[in-house]
Design a protein around this ligand. Structure first.
Ligand code: NAI
Length: 480
């Protein structure tokens, strides 16, 4: 029986391995992690991550051909194929700080594989890594190999949080990069045969190592670029009276452009987009391509601009100060259907409002107080380390009020901000919310989920990104 081990039981390692176990009953899958808390959660009733459909898949296979363990060395030494899906944070110190990927966790995983291996192995890069990482990993493995043969493959993951299980069941493509040697080609075939148990062959793309590594960075850069493009248009829409939803609908009807990923918002977040683009920028700079680097840097700059613009709209419409005012924050996760808060725009928006001394009352259906306080206190980039190794947060923890429903959050509030597009925020009783708020009552919709006209009829002053401005806001332009 083929044995697979995955190092890293996170948002990628957990769901991908659970789906491999479900679709390939003939394969034994072990997911290992240095975090005992994470492994305990995978073995318990409440899984460590919220992802629609994940519970069902895990419960079907756990105890059969899927296991979760902290015994990293045992499972790695027994495996034929080792996936590595560990953190690849942005470096905060030294060469490339603020841009380059920190490969500490990857390197330690590779050294451990070399140490404990007793038989030939295929080592698969699942983490998103800079181009040419495979070469470095190969050097670590072969220089410590004791005669064992290692084949390195790049198999970047394209799942999107919130839809991970359906993305894994039915991927647009599976990408496998390997060496163009006979051994490399054989390794590619072995991994292709795993995916071929449920993915149609024409969706499995095989390339060389560097193309696979770069394709992942390129795909994320293109996706983020679409969001920054429509967000840049949202600012122009507000200035001209155009409606960004109408513009993106019209633009997206062009089959060359397509309708997806064209929703204006307070900005993109998540663990990947910013990190991967910074990584791409760094690689371009290292390869003497400053013009290309600057092109991609702009995608992040527009994203930052969008968050600052949103905070400025709030403050300027509320008489240029939110000091001492209660502001309800509806949604903290970086998008709906996930509890993930990594790089969520809510962090920058909340910190911007706290900087102006607002009293925040936060509600998110999947994010708890502890997580929110950690996020608001943490330094940039510190989040992307295994939880138990995260640098100590500053001593003064940002104290915010976190509540368990939208009605409590908005009671007596001066304004409410929607920062995640959770479906339940479209179904709230806004008349009831209005009745219980201070007047004038403001709504700042960072995800374009509310019915602006309906809310204006109720009496709210409404700002919705990229939509024609309320008369009130026209008189109070945001200073950026
Ligand atoms: P994560 O932080 O949820 O999981 C990483 C896990 O690796 C942690 O549980 C950590 O404890 C463990 N770990 C770190 N070093 C280890 C070691 N030496 N031995 C054993 N375990 C170790 O991260 P996530 O989101 O799963 O991402 C993993 C990689 O996949 C990253 O490179 C990310 O960029 C990439 N990726 C993430 C996607 C996402 O949607 N989250 C999508 C596609 C790729």
């Amino acid at each position: 029986m083929v044995k697979i081990c995955c190092i890293g039981a996170g948002y990628v390692g957990g769901p991908t391995m659970a789906v491999i176990a479900l679709k390939c009953p003939n394969i034994q899958v072990a997911v290992v992690d240095i975090s005992a808390a994470r492994i305990n959660a995978w073995n318990g009733e409440t899984l460590p991550i919220y992802e629609p459909g994940l519970d069902e898949v895990v419960k079907k296979c756990r105890g059969k051909n899927l296991s979760f363990s902290t015994d990293v060395e045992k499972h790695v030494s027994e495996a034929d194929i080792v996936f590595v899906s560990v953190n690849t944070p942005t470096k905060t110190q030294g060469l490339g700080a603020g841009k380059a990927a920190d490969l500490t966790y990857w390197e330690s995983a590779a050294r451990m594989i070399a140490d404990v291996a007793k038989s030939n192995k295929i080592v698969v890069e699942k983490s998103t890594v800079p181009v040419k990482t495979a070469e470095a990993i190969e050097k670590i493995l072969t220089h410590n190999s004791k005669g064992i043969n290692f084949q390195i493959l790049s198999n970047p993951e394209f799942l999107a949080e919130g839809t991970a299980i359906s993305d894994l069941f039915n991927p647009d493509r599976v990408l496998i990069g390997g060496r163009e040697t006979p051994e490399g080609k054989k390794a590619i075939e072995t991994l292709r045969d795993v995916y071929a148990q449920w993915v149609p062959m024409d969706r499995i793309i095989c390339t060389n190592l560097w193309s696979a590594e770069l394709s992942k960075l390129a795909a994320n850069a293109f996706l983020a670029q679409r969001i920054s493009s429509v967000n840049s248009m949202s600012a122009l829409c507000e200035a001209t009276g155009a409606d960004v939803s109408q513009v993106s609908h019209a633009v997206g009807k062009d089959t060359r452009i397509g309708p997806k990923f064209l929703n204006a918002s307070v900005g993109f977040g998540g663990s990947c987009f910013q990190k991967d683009i910074l990584n791409l920028v760094y690689i371009c700079e290292c390869n003497g391509l400053p013009e290309v680097a600057n092109y991609w840097k702009q995608v992040i700059k527009v994203n930052d601009y969008q968050k600052i613009r949103f905070v400025n709209r709030i403050v300027s419409s509320m008489f240029n100060t939110v000091s001492g005012k209660k502001i309800a924050i509806l949604g903290f996760a970086f998008k709906k259907d996930t509890g993930d808060t990594r790089e969520t725009p809510a962090i920058d928006v909340c910190n911007g409002l706290i900087g102006d001394k607002a009293n925040l009352s936060i509600y998110d259906p999947q994010v708890n107080k502890d997580q929110i306080q950690r996020d608001l206190s943490m330094k940039k980039f510190d989040w992307d380390h295994p939880v138990h190794l995260q640098p100590m947060s500053p001593t003064s923890v940002t104290d915010v009020n976190v509540v368990s429903d939208a009605y409590t959050a908005t009671k007596d509030a001066h304004g409410l901000c929607i920062l995640t597009e959770w479906d339940e925020f479209t179904k709230l009783d806004y008349q009831k919310i209005f009745n219980n708020m201070q007047k004038p009552a403001f709504v700042f919709d960072g995800r374009n989920v509310v019915d602006v006209e309906k809310l204006r009829k109720i009496g709210f002053i409404v700002y919705s990104i990229g939509k024609p401005l309320d008369e009130w806001l026209k008189d109070m332009p945001a200073v950026v």
